[in-house]
Write a protein that binds this ligand. Structure first.
Ligand SMILES: NC(=O)c1ccc[n+]([C@@H]2O[C@H](COP(=O)([O-])OP(=O)(O)OC[C@H]3O[C@@H](n4cnc5c(N)ncnc54)[C@H](OP(=O)(O)O)[C@@H]3O)[C@@H](O)[C@H]2O)c1
Length: 182
């Protein structure tokens, strides 16, 4: 064990490259997602599959989630970074509680859709947790606009972690009425 342990909630979808990036950088990365085949695909794309710890659990099942995350910490050590893509805030609060039991100080990068920038909800977190917001915007090309690609999202998240931004926006959020399909 190398002592670097990250957790990615919803890390087999658009954040797959973020999960892989952690492993490439020597982290053990615990990845939450329900689908077995998505975990298998991710490990197949990795140069370090042994550093990927798949947590095949529904993050809405609080008891199971608690067991899975506690076991990951017992096996791979305290978690120093959590990247979260879930709208289900009780799962983030539960993970905060479990991670904070073993980590003095750790960072939570909470990824949020563009609407949350304007209507943010409240999250109760412990004082050990350094909370960072990453908002997903859209891309404007001349008179049209489009949503971000998975690659743009993953690269933006990695940049935000590397630069330790307290808040970042991937793409743009303004003018809001220019967002795709508006
Ligand atoms: N502003 C933007 O441009 C923007 C914003 C948001 C999304 N998008 C795009 O929309 C696409 C779809 O978004 P998406 O929200 O479906 O994201 P996604 O990243 O494709 O999928 C969600 C991730 O969370 C996991 N997950 C979902 N529900 C779960 C649960 N109950 N328990 C545990 N894990 C769970 C999924 O795996 P399992 O399903 O296997 O559990 C997967 O790893 C993305 O590919 C992205 O490019 C764009």
């Amino acid at each position: 064990m190398n002592g670097k342990h990250a957790l990615v909630i919803g890390g087999t979808g658009m954040l797959k490259d973020v999960s892989l990036w952690f492993a490439d950088n020597g982290f053990v990365v615990s990845v939450i997602g329900r689908g077995k085949s998505k975990h298998e695909d991710m490990k197949e794309s990795s140069l370090h599959p042994e550093l990927i710890n798949s947590l095949m659990v529904d993050y809405k099942s609080q008891l199971l989630l608690k067991d899975y995350v506690r076991s990951a910490i017992e096996k791979y050590g305290p978690i120093s970074i959590v990247v979260s893509w879930t709208p289900f805030l009780p799962s983030i609060e539960l993970i905060d509680h479990i991670v904070s039991e073993k980590s003095q100080s750790w960072k939570l990068y909470q990824i949020k859709g563009s609407r949350r920038y304007f209507e943010d909800g409240s999250l109760k977190l412990s004082s050990n947790c350094i909370h960072r917001n990453i908002y997903l915007g859209f891309v404007i090309n001349n008179d049209t606009s489009r949503w971000l690609t998975n690659k743009e999202i993953a690269n933006g998240v990695i940049k935000s972690i590397e630069e330790e931004c307290s808040e970042s926006i991937i793409g743009v959020l303004h003018p809001y009425e220019k967002r795709p399909g508006y």
